[in-house]
Ligand binder design. Structure first.
Ligand SMILES: Cc1ncc(COP(=O)(O)O)c(C=O)c1O
Length: 413
């Protein structure tokens, strides 16, 4: 699907049309991905140019840091003999997912059915959908992709949903793998008690059109607990809860093949825990300013992974001595985890100036900006910032090496 995925040229031809070619069109709610034509005609000209030539606001990936992040996760999981299934909600790109698989990941997670459709269409066949899929039409879509990807897995946390999955899978002549989703403190989805986990697992196992595949126990809030020891204590509590659910399921006579837990913040805690078969880290490939602030095992900054993601903007107006205006606002930089961080904070304070604009308040007169200058930001939250962009600009040592489509951007369906 790529024009070239080797050497210096990583310009990728991959799109909605490719998705359509294997019959997954008709489910394109949300923003449309960049089309093949746009990618092949528009972006190729940038390959090899300095990053300052990218049309801003541009979402940049620093390839040296990104590749180090890929290796760090692979190395730690290998040492601990734990599989990992990166969460594709962080990048929404089948190309990035394939790089994670090449680095050693055992499969990919998808946050929603729409992301799973994109990943499967992009050739990733071992996908776990980490959110319940509910309703006849969505379950039909799920089974459509299960036909193409027999290793597809989904989570469920109610007998009602299991009954619907079973009926549709039976009608489609398929056997669908289902994990029980267990609430380990985030109080989002997931069964609350070990007994309910066993009941839902039994409901899955007793249906011939479903296969009981194990437990998902993701403690999202634990990822962001500040301080390694605090985070470790929170995660231990969650893992004990997951283990109780597992024990209740095993007592009911079922085998728990998979126990899929954790993310970036607890990767080096959860991966060594008895019974955990895989972890689900997402943000590690990019990192963001919020994640860095939670602190690491031996430092105030969580720097096990480097900040590979940034947003490049351009100064487009210089209305007064104390003010410079950039071309990146809410539509380029998410703020659900606070304001993005300037890479070079010297003498400036940043404010968002609306959907399309950023405002730099210049406090130090020696720091000056001319129209056309570039200003770079570290996103406060990588997932929601990625979801605002059509492509990643893959950059190495200041030069554009590739343009990678974010085909699942907007696919919250
Ligand atoms: C179910 C699930 N698993 C894994 C992750 C990955 O988390 P992180 O980005 O903290 O690694 C997320 C992120 O929100 C998630 O919702």
């Amino acid at each position: 699907m790529s024009i070239s995925q080797h050497g210096r040229r990583h310009f990728v031809k991959h799109s909605a049309l490719v998705v359509g070619s294997i019959g997954l069109t008709g489910h394109t709610a949300g923003a449309a991905p960049a089309s093949t034509e746009e990618l092949s005609m528009g972006y190729e000209q940038y390959i090899g140019l300095p990053v300052s030539e990218a049309p801003t606001p541009a979402l940049l990936v620093d390839l040296d840091i990104f590749e180090k992040n890929l290796s760090q996760m692979a190395d730690v999981c290998r040492q601990r003999k734990c599989a990992y299934r990166p969460h594709g909600k962080a990048h929404k790109s089948s190309l990035v997912g394939k790089k994670q698989l090449a680095a050693g990941a055992g499969g990919i997670c998808a946050g929603k059915l729409g992301e799973a459709e994109v990943f499967v269409a992009g050739g990733i066949l071992d996908v776990l959908i980490t959110t319940e899929v509910v309703g006849r039409r969505k379950i039909e879509r799920l089974l459509q992709i299960a036909k193409l990807a027999p290793n597809l897995k989904v989570v469920a946390d109610s007998e009602a949903n299991v009954a619907d999955l079973a009926a549709s899978a039976r009608a489609a002549g398929l056997r669908l793998a289902v994990l029980v989703d267990v609430n380990v403190g985030q109080n989002r989805t997931g069964v609350d008690t070990a007994d309910t986990a066993a009941k839902v697992a039994q409901a899955i196992a007793s249906s011939r059109s479903l296969r009981f595949a194990g437990v998902q126990a993701y403690g999202g809030t634990n990822m962001h607990v500040v301080g390694y020891e605090n985070r470790r204590a929170a995660s231990m509590w969650a893992l004990e809860r997951a283990t109780k659910a597992r024990a209740a399921i095993e007592k009911a006579g079922l085998t728990v093949e998979m126990m899929s837990v954790g993310g970036t913040g607890t990767y080096n805690i959860d991966s060594g825990y008895p019974g955990v078969t895989e972890i689900q880290p997402g943000s590690y490939i990019f990192m963001d300013s919020h994640y860095r602030s939670i602190g690491g095992e031996s430092s105030d900054v969580y720097d096990d992974f480097g900040t590979a993601l940034s947003v490049l903007t351009t100064v487009i107006s210089r209305p007064s001595k104390g003010r410079a205006i950039t071309d990146g606002g809410h539509k380029a930089l998410s703020t659900d985890s606070g304001l993005p961080m300037l890479k070079d904070t010297r003498g400036v304070v940043f404010q968002l100036g609306g959907d399309e604009h950023g405002v730099l308040l210049i406090k130090d007169p020696t720091r000056d900006f001319a129209i056309g200058d570039k200003v770079e930001f570290i996103p406060s939250h990588c997932d929601t910032t990625v979801n605002l962009h059509n492509v990643f600009w893959a950059v190495r040592k200041g030069l554009i090496e590739g343009v990678w489509p974010i085909e699942a951007r907007g696919r919250t369906d």
